[in-house]
Ligand binder design. Structure first.
Ligand SMILES: *Cc1c(COP(=O)(O)O)cnc(C)c1O
Length: 388
C-alpha cells in the first residue's frame, strides 16, 4: 500500500483490517485502558491508540511526510510544535499574515517563554533573510494567507532556511494537502487545522502535524505533556471524513475558480482575490507551488454599497454567513467583523482589509446555485441603495 496516489490514500491508507468479521471499515477500538503486559503501553494521551494511528498515518502520507500526529485542535498542534522547536532564548520569524490564534499565541505566549519573534512581510522573501539573528531557530509560514490569499514563495523561503540551518514550519490549512504539499519544496513541519478541510463537514475540531520521524518524536513528547488528544469515536469520524477529502476539495476548488471568474465579471464587485485568476498577484507563484488554486476566495462589494452590507448578508439564501471554513457548504465572512475585528481599522486597511471585503469558503453545491445566490443578494443591495 506504499505508492498509492492521493485519492486512494484518502480512502485506504492507515486503515485497519477487520479480521474478526471482515467488515470493510476499520474497527473502532474504544478502550482507554490496555493491557500493559502485551508490550507497548497504549493510552489515548500517548496518541497511540489504533484509531489515532490510522488518521496520523493517512495525513502523513497525504503530506508526503514520514510521520504524523493528530491532536484535538489546530492550536494544540501549533502550540506543541512551537514548544518542541523553540526554547528559552531562541528567536523565530513569522510571516506577518497569520491566523488570529497563531498571532495571539506569538504575542501573548512567546514573551512569557522568553522566545523572541519578528513578523515580516512575506511578499519579499529577502525579508526573511534580513530578519535572521544569531539565535534564530525557525521560520513560520502560512500560504495562501487569510483573507487576501497572498502566496508566499515556499521554495525560496525553504532554501534560505536550509542555508542558515533553520527549521521551517508551515500552516497548510487553507490549501489542504490536496492543493499543496509543502514538503516537496523542503518544508520541515506541516501543520493543519483539521477542523477545516480535513474534517470538511463543519462538525469536528482537530489538528495535525506532519514531519520527519525525529521531529514528530519531539512534538509527540510535548503533546504527551500538554494533553490535547482525541478519543476513538472522533478519530473514526475523521477517518470517514478524510476518505472523501480529495473528491471534496477538488470539487470545491473547481467551484471556487468558476465563482471567482463570475464575481470578477460583476460590475457590483470591485475586486476579487483568488490565486486562480491571472490578475491575482500570486498567480504565477501559485502555479509553481500548488496542485490546485484552493477553494477560498475574497471579494470586495462595490464601495458605493458600504452602508448596505447587512442587506447583502440578509439576502443570501444558500450561502451562510459563518466563521470557520473548509466545509462542504459554502460560507462567507466579513473579516472586519470577525477574524480582524480586534485589529485597529487603520492597521487592517493598510493590509488591504476593508469593511466591504467578504471571504468565501466555497463548498460543493451546484455552481449555478451559488452564482444565483450572490447575484440575488447583490441585486437586493442595488435596489435598496436606490430607494435609500
Ligand atoms: C482555524 C485555523 C487554525 C486553528 O485551528 P483550530 O482547529 O481552530 O484550533 C489555525 N490556522 C488556520 C489557518 C486556521 O484557519
Amino acid at each position: 500500500m506504499k505508492d498509492l496516489k492521493t485519492a486512494s490514500i484518502c480512502v485506504h491508507t492507515g486503515a485497519i483490517k477487520d479480521k474478526q468479521f471482515g467488515g470493510v471499515n476499520s474497527p473502532i477500538y474504544t478502550s482507554s485502558a490496555y493491557n500493559y503486559r502485551e508490550g507497548k503501553v497504549i493510552y489515548p494521551r500517548y496518541y497511540n491508540t489504533p484509531n489515532q494511528q490510522i488518521i496520523s498515518e493517512k495525513i502523513a502520507a497525504l503530506e508526503h511526510g514520514e510521520a504524523g500526529l493528530v491532536l484535538s485542535s489546530g492550536m494544540a498542534a501549533i502550540h506543541a510544535t512551537m514548544m518542541a522547536v523553540l526554547k528559552s532564548g531562541d528567536h523565530i520569524i513569522f510571516q506577518a499574515d497569520l491566523y488570529g490564534g497563531t498571532y495571539h499565541f506569538a504575542v501573548n505566549e512567546l514573551d512569557n517563554a522568553n522566545i523572541a519573534y519578528t513578523m515580516v512581510d512575506a511578499a519579499d522573501v529577502d525579508n526573511f533573510a534580513k530578519a535572521i539573528r544569531p539565535n534564530t531557530k525557525a521560520i513560520y509560514l502560512e500560504t495562501p494567507s487569510n483573507p487576501l490569499l497572498k502566496i508566499t514563495d515556499i521554495e525560496a523561503v525553504a532554501s534560505i532556511a536550509k542555508a542558515n540551518n533553520l527549521v521551517t514550519i508551515i500552516d497548510n490549512t487553507f490549501a489542504s494537502p490536496i492543493n499543496q504539499t509543502p514538503m516537496d519544496f523542503g518544508i520541515d513541519i506541516v501543520i493543519h487545522s483539521g477542523t477545516k478541510y480535513l474534517g470538511g463537514h463543519s462538525d469536528i475540531c482537530f489538528g495535525a502535524v506532519v514531519a520527519s520521524n525525529d521531529w514528530i518524536a519531539k512534538i509527540h513528547q510535548k503533546s504527551i505533556i500538554y494533553g490535547g488528544s482525541l478519543n476513538s469515536s472522533v478519530c473514526a469520524l475523521i477517518e470517514r471524513s478524510m476518505k472523501t477529502l480529495a473528491i471534496r476539495v477538488r470539487e470545491q476548488t473547481k467551484n471556487a475558480q468558476a465563482l471567482a471568474e463570475f464575481l470578477d465579471r460583476l460590475p457590483m464587485v470591485d475586486k476579487v482575490y483568488y490565486p486562480g485568476l491571472s490578475s491575482h498577484e500570486g498567480h504565477e507563484l501559485a502555479k509553481k507551488l500548488m496542485h490546485g488554486f484552493g477553494a477560498m476566495l475574497s471579494f470586495e462589494l462595490r464601495i458605493n454599497y458600504l452602508h448596505d452590507l447587512d442587506v447583502f448578508l440578509d439576502n443570501l439564501r444558500i450561502i451562510k454567513p459563518a466563521v470557520s471554513l473548509g466545509g462542504i457548504e459554502t460560507t462567507l465572512t466579513a473579516p472586519t467583523s470577525t477574524s480582524h475585528a480586534k485589529m485597529p481599522k487603520a492597521t487592517r486597511e493598510k493590509q488591504g482589509i476593508f469593511d466591504n471585503l467578504f471571504r468565501v469558503s466555497v463548498g460543493i453545491e451546484d455552481i449555478e446555485d451559488l452564482k444565483a445566490d450572490i447575484l440575488y443578494a447583490i441585486q437586493k443591495v442595488e435596489t435598496h441603495a436606490l430607494i435609500a
